[in-house]
Design a protein around this ligand. Structure first.
Ligand SMILES: Cc1cc2nc3c(=O)[nH]c(=O)nc-3n(C[C@H](O)[C@H](O)[C@H](O)COP(=O)(O)OP(=O)(O)OC[C@H]3O[C@@H](n4cnc5c(N)ncnc54)[C@H](O)[C@@H]3O)c2cc1C
Length: 401
């Protein structure tokens, strides 16, 4: 995208993240992927560069300016261009803190957000369970009232940054008899008795950051940690959070795809076959042109979606679903083509490109699978079909008068 379409503030965040990614992330991305180990020195560098302030309001210790969601996307894109795993390890702090920003009480914001902004404490998001993925509302983890406290029991699956995070936004059933107000959100701190980390997953991609089970065995949480003080609002809070966070996954995909194009282009211009660089071959040029055009198209969509969220537009769920669906499918296609351009070398772990393809896959699955995003988009389209009534005279139904 032309820099002219980004504000000074946008460019400041993008360039700060780009510099950090170049200096600190790219040189060690392969090492952390192989070791499957959390990159603490990089997390420290991100905190020192004040990148965790990008989505947090200034009154709570952050530095969110005019367009926090767009700025967040720019930062996630740049980090993911160097490493998709570290990109999501950063972005999940936004996913974990959006429930507090969007639905927390002032006291909860004062208590948690300043520490997240400085990187003193990290935060994660616990919605999914073994038997409740796409159907998150079917969760079984419960929180029961006991005096002034809530007591949580259950297991969460696939908590990104589990064990690394100090704070967890946890969704639990508080009223099993209600249909619409069944679930509440609670803020859990890792020191609370009964909280522990279960299985640490061995993953195909995003291997630099842990994804774990999080276990709750009679975890006693003070009433003040019920998000927004609102019992039964948890499902709505979770969905609002995902609408705000999905452009971040789209930006992760965008960064991965751009990183893969950069590598493929660089390779194609130096790989000699039949006496010249493969970049001189029409088929390779067509691939490169298609890849970059798809990345650019996704970039316009993701940035426009983020800007709409920042402008408090209506129906951001539809925009976020489209951005996530398009950018993540694009990233899978583009990273796969990039491996193809590398030929046999692309299949080898000696080269960085296969990691891009592995990292891209998860973006089609988490924060709502792409099948579910299609459902959201299609339902919105069908709901608004009345707006197309002007087409009636042009396509009469033979069985209607
Ligand atoms: C690496 C990783 C990190 C994650 N991080 C987090 C995290 O930090 N916090 C968190 O809460 N969760 C996290 N998740 C969970 C993630 O959001 C879920 O995996 C995802 O929502 C899908 O749920 P599922 O895996 O149970 O798949 P399922 O819901 O079982 O879906 C299986 C397949 O069926 C399809 N399907 C399901 N329902 C429908 C439908 N109605 N119509 C059409 N197709 C359908 C799906 O699209 C998919 O293809 C993470 C997952 C992974 C793998």
């Amino acid at each position: 995208m032309s820099d002219h379409l980004l504000s000074k503030e946008n460019l400041m965040w993008r360039d700060r993240a780009r510099k950090l990614a170049m200096e600190h992330i790219r040189p060690v991305a392969a090492e952390y992927d192989t070791k499957q180990e959390y990159p603490w020195p990089i997390a420290k560098a991100m905190a020192e560069a004040e990148l965790l302030k990008v989505w947090i309001p200034r009154e709570y210790g952050g530095d969110a300016g005019e367009t926090p969601v767009l700025n967040l996307c720019l930062v996630v894109e740049e980090i993911s261009r160097a490493c998709g795993g570290i990109g999501v390890g950063f972005a999940v702090n936004a996913l974990g803190s959006f429930p507090i920003i969007l639905g927390g009480t002032d006291e909860q914001k004062q208590k948690y957000l300043p520490d997240i902004a400085t990187g003193k404490r990290f935060i994660a998001f616990c919605l999914s369970e073994k038997t409740a993925g796409s159907d998150a509302g079917g969760m079984k983890t419960v929180a029961t009232k006991d005096g002034d406290d809530w007591v949580i029991n259950g297991e969460k699956k696939w908590t990104t940054n589990g064990g690394v995070a100090d704070i967890y936004t946890v969704f639990a059933v508080t009223d099993p008899n209600s249909r619409s107000r069944r679930i509440s959100a609670l803020v859990v701190e890792k020191e609370m008795e009964g909280f522990s980390i279960g299985k640490i997953e061995d993953k195909m991609g995003i291997r630099a950051i842990p994804v774990t089970e999080t276990l709750f065995d009679n975890v006693r949480v003070p009433a003040g940690n019920l998000l927004g003080g609102r019992e039964g609002a948890g499902f709505k809070q979770a969905m609002q959070t995902l609408d705000h966070a999905r452009p971040g996954v789209a930006a992760q995909a965008l960064g991965l795809a751009q990183g893969a194009v950069d590598l493929a282009l660089h390779w194609a211009c130096r790989r000699i076959q039949f006496g010249g660089p493969i970049s001189a071959k029409g088929q390779i040029q067509a691939k490169l042109a298609d890849m970059q055009s798809k990345v650019s198209a996704a970039r316009y969509l993701v940035y426009a979606c983020a800007r709409n969220i920042d402008a408090h537009a209506k129906n951001i769920g539809l925009l976020a679903a489209q951005a996530k669906l398009f950018a993540t499918n694009m990233a899978m296609e583009v990273t796969t083509e990039a491996v193809q351009i590398f030929g046999g070398y692309g299949f080898m772990k000696d080269y960085p490109i296969e990691k891009y393809m592995r990292d891209a896959k998860i973006t089609q699955i988490y924060e709502g699978t792409n099948e579910v995003q299609r459902l959201v988009v299609a339902r919105n389209m069908i709901k608004a079909v009345g707006e197309l009534d002007y087409l009636k005279p042009y396509c009469p139904m033979p069985w209607e008068d």
